[in-house]
Design a protein around this ligand. Structure first.
Ligand code: AMP
Length: 451
């Protein structure tokens, strides 16, 4: 997961970066960081720490974060640990000066690259695959940073969006498959913004210009001119991640031309169409908030069954899955969701959530609804069965922890205690997303296409 942002050519660069990170807090809340620079003083300043955006940036931080360009990051640990050393940006000095770098994604050949660098004498300060790129850039013998970055990228494989800040420019790169989202916008108050999700543009008042193309490098070096574009890699199919649409991204974001909200609604509609001939007589459609809401609306509209908020969410608790240990996740599910007894008592419910990963959340929800008097709970999942770990920037656990990889559908139904259980099929998912391109769906189909 993770969120990244770059701001170029605005006197409030660091403040705007922090606002954009605030809008993208859902993509990771273990740590956050901003590097800034510019104003011709050729220095890069960095502030980073563990915790939420609202806790890390304050006036003292903005005093440090001078300049008219900035890059920022919200961390969700897919590689490395959750220690502060693994917060980004990673800022380093090397032959050509200083650079700072933020990364969203996961490099699949990180171990080989790191081992080779270590064998050659490199010293690593973090557990992050991102640090590989810094070393590769620093060790390149090319004279220009653009060429050093290009040479470094030729040696890494995986899902990545990078924003690299030099003393005077920002370099933005999206991997050749376009797996993770990245968009370019123009700030109304002047200059440019690049961000993982367009919901960040809404908050900082930026106009969406376009998505960064797969395999493209943008160089931001002029506040008034469109960034220079270099197509670094060509020939790969565009395969954006389907899970962004299912769960990660905010519904108010538009990714690669498609509204996340609408695609989720389509997924719910498809579930309702599949249930058309089912003998179930449901009284209401209940979303698991917030991730199941758009799909539940789609289901309710398609089926004509009333939509009810049968579960209320406490908004002061973070995302449950996001906590690194199972024990913490268990407690957090209970802290987060509470059934509405008066609405659901004696009723037959269609309960909609976006996905089942380990099964912990859905088991707890079904139990909670039954204890609160629900007569029947029919669980509907607005994604296909997650049967394979994803190594392209999604934090899915090992195969052994994926409930749909170790149990049959009937066993999962029994385990979570639902009266019935249905998933979206892979074809339903493709229909919901549209057939104009392929998607990265490794969690569902095990097609590890990066070789
Ligand atoms: P569980 O089945 O208990 O492991 O958790 C499933 C819930 O976690 C889903 O309903 C989603 O809301 C959320 N979720 C699914 N995948 C992820 C992920 N890769 N990272 C964070 N949260 C996720």
């Amino acid at each position: 997961m993770c969120a990244i942002v770059g701001i170029y050519g605005n006197d409030n660069a660091a403040r705007l970066a922090s606002a954009a990170l605030f809008a993208m807090q859902h993509r990771g809340h273990e740590a956050t960081g901003i590097s800034s620079g510019g104003y011709n003083d050729k220095k890069i300043y960095t502030v980073k720490n563990r915790g939420y955006v609202r806790d890390v940036y304050n006036e003292a931080a903005f005093k440090i974060l001078q300049g008219d360009m900035a890059i920022g990051h919200n961390r969700y640990s897919t590689a490395g640990s959750d220690s502060v050393f693994d917060a980004q940006p990673i800022h380093a000095k090397y032959k050509l000066g200083e650079i700072s770098i933020v990364h969203n994604g996961n490099l699949v050949n990180k171990q080989e690259v790191r081992q080779k660098l270590i064998d050659d004498g490199a010293i690593f300060q973090t557990g992050m695959d991102t640090e590989n790129l810094i070393h590769l850039i620093a060790r390149s013998t090319k004279d220009r940073l653009t060429d050093r970055i290009t040479e470094a990228l030729e040696q890494v494989k995986g899902a990545y969006n990078f924003i690299i800040q030099s003393r005077s420019k920002l370099f933005v790169i999206r991997d050749q498959f376009g797996i993770r989202p990245l968009s370019l916008g123009r700030l109304k108050s002047g200059g440019w913004i690049v961000a993982s999700e367009t919901c960040a543009f809404d908050l900082v008042e930026a106009e969406f210009i376009r998505d960064v193309r797969p395999g493209e490098m943008l160089i931001l070096s002029d506040k008034d001119k469109e960034p220079e574009s270099i197509q670094l890699f060509t020939g790969s199919p565009f395969r954006p991640c389907a899970f962004e649409y299912i769960y990660f991204a905010r519904p108010d974001s538009v990714i690669d031309g498609k509204s996340v909200y609408r695609t989720r609604e389509n997924m719910g509609k498809a579930l309702a169409v599949n249930d058309k001939n089912s003998p179930i007589k449901a009284d209401m459609v209940v979303p698991v908030p917030d991730s199941g809401v758009p799909a539940a609306l789609g289901y309710a509209h398609e089926s004509g069954i009333p939509f009810e908020l049968g579960i209320i969410r406490n908004h002061y608790v973070g995302r449950t899955f996001i906590e690194p240990t199972q024990e913490m996740r268990n407690i957090k599910v209970k802290m987060k969701l509470n059934p509405m007894r008066s609405i659901i008592e004696g009723k037959s419910l269609i309960v909609i959530d976006d996905s089942i990963v380990r099964g912990t959340t859905s088991k707890r929800i079904v139990q909670m609804l039954k204890e609160a008097g629900a007569a029947e709970v029919h669980f509907r999942v607005a994604s296909p069965m997650i049967q394979h770990p994803c190594f392209y920037g999604i934090d899915t656990p090992t195969k052994a922890e994926l409930i749909n990889a170790t149990m049959t559908k009937e066993e999962v139904r029994e385990y979570i205690g639902a009266d019935s259980l249905e998933y979206l099929s892979i074809d339903n998912l493709k229909d919901s997303l549209g057939h104009d391109r392929e998607y990265s769906m490794v969690s569902f189909d095990g097609d590890y296409f990066i070789v």
